[in-house]
Design a protein around this ligand. Structure first.
Ligand code: BG6
Length: 299
């Protein structure tokens, strides 16, 4: 794992970038430009917070999140890779893959007064080969400005094709879940992960019960948050699936790193490749999954 000294050296290219260790062995990078502020954990290359200048935070992070090496952090934008949800044929493997609980490497950083770029690389080795037996180069590219972009690139550096599922598992903070409208996935088919049935979204999407769905959609989503009087757009590319998740009242009580009221305070809108959307990555080709978030006035 990179030391704080190594990270400080890479980040010394710009005064907008710095690193600290809020918990031992858990480095967090801070970006502070005139457009926005962000924090990104080295573990998982996980954006934890993103706050456009003059606005309230866009991402939800649980007040009970654990910042411990090897434990998934509840909130921000966990990167699920090389599988989304359960492993396709081995339930003993970690949910949502191993990228989110692995320390990535910071390989590039630059910033001007308004825009910062960070690139991280996922170390793949003999240990990770037990979970993902292929040769690949996996990088996460972030652009932090008045919008936030996260692009996950999977390059096949081996000689045989492979398939992956993945997600940019975005926790969006909301003023009041009862006053949230999710636009862009109406009239789409979805897999209801609660009963395994394929369904069709006829009505406008509201979150009124436990919701765990994989929508078949390539469209951008607009999350209208009447409570906070703003909208958040989630644009995407390289994705044919949008995951919508809110654990609602009872399930939330079973999730140790969420307070009971948390279901009122976030919704996950995830740019994903999930379910039957399993991109094939051929030798020497790269699959890119990208999400771009930003604020819009409430129309
Ligand atoms: C969502 C899944 O993406 O992530 C849900 O669709 C899952 O099924 C949720 O419960 C949270 O997963 P985890 O592993 O972070 O608790």
């Amino acid at each position: 794992m990179q030391s704080i000294e190594d990270l400080t050296k890479i980040l010394s290219v710009a005064p907008e970038l710095s690193v600290s260790e809020p918990e031992p062995g858990f480095p967090v990078i801070t970006v502070a430009t005139k457009m926005s502020k962000a924090t990104i954990a080295l573990q998982g290359a996980q954006v934890l917070t993103w706050i456009p200048d003059g606005h309230e935070p866009v991402l939800y992070v649980s007040p009970r999140a654990k910042y411990e090496p090897g434990t998934a952090v509840r909130g921000g934008i966990p990167i699920c890779w090389p599988w989304f949800g359960n492993h396709p044929d081995d339930d003993s493997k970690p949910q949502h893959g191993f990228a989110r609980t692995t320390m990535w490497e910071l390989i590039h950083a630059e910033s001007g007064a308004a825009t910062a770029h960070l690139t991280f690389k996922l170390p793949l080795n003999e240990e990770t080969k037990k979970l993902f037996p292929h040769d690949a180069e996996v990088t996460a590219h972030m652009t932090i400005a008045d919008k936030l972009s996260v692009a996950l690139k999977t390059k096949n550096t081996g000689e045989e094709l492979f398939q992956i599922t993945s997600a940019l598992h975005t926790y969006l903070t909301v003023g009041d879940i009862d006053r949230v409208q999710v636009e862009g996935i109406k009239e789409c088919h979805y897999l209801d992960q609660l009963d395994g049935e394929m369904k069709f979204q006829e009505k406008p999407v509201k979150i009124e019960e436990e919701t765990d769905r994989i929508y078949r959609s390539v469209a951008s989503v607009l999350m209208r948050d009447l409570g906070q009087k703003r909208s958040v757009f989630v644009d995407k590319s390289g994705s044919r699936s949008t995951v919508l998740w809110n654990p609602w009242i009872e399930k939330t009580k079973t999730i140790k790193d969420l307070p009971d009221r948390a279901y009122q305070e976030f919704v996950c809108i995830e740019t994903a490749n999930a379910g039957t959307d399993k991109p094939t990555v051929r030798p020497n080709k790269t699959h890119t999954l990208e999400t771009v978030l930003g604020l819009r006035p409430l129309a």
